[in-house]
Design a protein around this ligand. Sequence first.
Ligand code: FAD
Ligand code: NAD
Length: 468
Amino acid sequence: MSLYDVAIIGSGPGGYVAAIRCAQLGMKTAIIEKYSTLGGTCLNVGCIPSKALLDSSHHYDDAVKHFEEHGIEIPGEIKVNLEKMISRKQNVVDMTTKGINFLMDKNKIDVFEGLGSFKDATHIAIEKNDGTTETIEAKNTIIATGSKPSTLPFITLDKERVITSTEALELKEIPKHMLVIGGGVIGLELGQVYKRLGAEVTVIEYMDKIIPGMDGALSKELMKSLKKQKVKFALSHKVKSVERNGDEVIVKADNKKGEEVSFSGDYCLVAVGRHAYTEGLNLEAAGVQLEERGRVAVNEHLQTNVKNIYAIGDVIKGAMLAHKAEEEGTLVAEILAGQKPHIDYNLIPGVVYTWPEVAAVGKTEEQLKEAGVAYKSGSFPMRALGRSRASGDIDGFVKILADKNTDEVLGVHMIGARVADLIAEGVTAMEFRASAEDIARMSHAHPTYAEAVKEAALAATEDRAIHV
Ligand code: FAD
Ligand code: NAD
């Protein structure tokens, strides 16, 4: 039986990064993945394919709506070839997942394909697809088994017309009317893909705003922008039934007044969150305990109640984000190597890849108010930037929240073109505990969207933005 310093169950961004860092630190490492491709949700049915479709649909939208204003004329009708778009997306996924195999080889990590389940705290059985089982011994194990889409108790996901994000990445036709339950990240990103491709899209959200966890100003601006793109919204609607009738899907919900409202479409995307996935792990055999919500319970070192078993990523508490899982993978590897790493969870950025993009780090204005923190706020509209006018992407703003007394940056919230990339400046500034004035005094290349960050910092420092 092979003996490993560490075995990792699950090869998503948490698992494969943990494996690489363990190998870099000299540990004999194994990774176990039940699917034939590595990379987990993120690479196979999450971050990467959704961004590929967002990019393709964005090109189409530009060609149909914006090329003309740039003086580009395309004779004849511009058409979508959905099959080709989906197949390109799959090529992107295949290239990316193969890259993980390369990294495993490069770092001399043993990859086992099969379902990993505990026999006890140091032995893991791997049930392979050919029906055979192999057992390995591991001094330490990292559980990185991720998450699966959640649903509502009364919904039957037929995976044809009542679907999750996984099926929405593989549709064979453009829906006429896609009903989206949940105005969170998945609902809005994939809703926008199909809206651009020609579907009518109605987002039905339980709360009174979309992307409810983010700063209220971002939520309002995104909704305004998506409404301009003709996405429809039904906020404060509690969905109570979803029924399929042939090619029609009917969603019934109660509105704020308690009245029943009925929505009819041909597809319904259920995007009401995700839940930790531990099925098949046989955690009882190792004695690993779960929290009430089915997540693996861990302490601040991401160690479970069994001292040689750790857990990371979507299967534990916290934001379900690839980069959060990656940081946790690195953290556990370094703990196992005797180091003392640290993660500041307040500084894990959140991004929504709609257009305009939305990105944030640190505290929201609502959180600062609730905590009674004295703060000041500086905002700068994208429309005032030369770069935005040149590209035509004028929606959005950057808002910087800073401590009223010390000027330390407490939160950075942005919506607009390419803010998914711009947020890295906010993270860097906050990691170094910069003041708003620090950012304001740094040179930002002109003309760039990043100038909005400098201007918002100037506005927060002394209300002295230059270009408004
Ligand atoms: P996962 O990526 O879920 O990987 C877990 C792996 O474990 C899977 O491959 C699974 O097959 C395997 N596994 C489970 N049980 C076993 C077992 N018993 N034996 C062997 N293998 C097992 N996050 C972002 O940060 N940015 C984005 O843009 C983004 N976009 C997303 C878009 C969509 C549509 C979705 C669904 C998610 C998106 N996410 C995004 C979230 C991101 O995918 C997750 O946060 C991330 O994948 C979590 O990583 P993980 O390693 O914890 O788990
Ligand atoms: P989410 O938590 O972002 O959004 C779910 C939404 O559904 C919320 O707005 C919630 O209020 C709403 N909702 C819940 N129950 C409802 C009901 N009964 N009726 C109507 N609305 C209801 O979850 P998601 O969009 O499904 O995404 C799942 C996870 O995947 C998220 O945690 C997210 O972090 C991750 N993800 C991240 C990205 C990214 O980083 N860009 C992209 C996609 C997914």
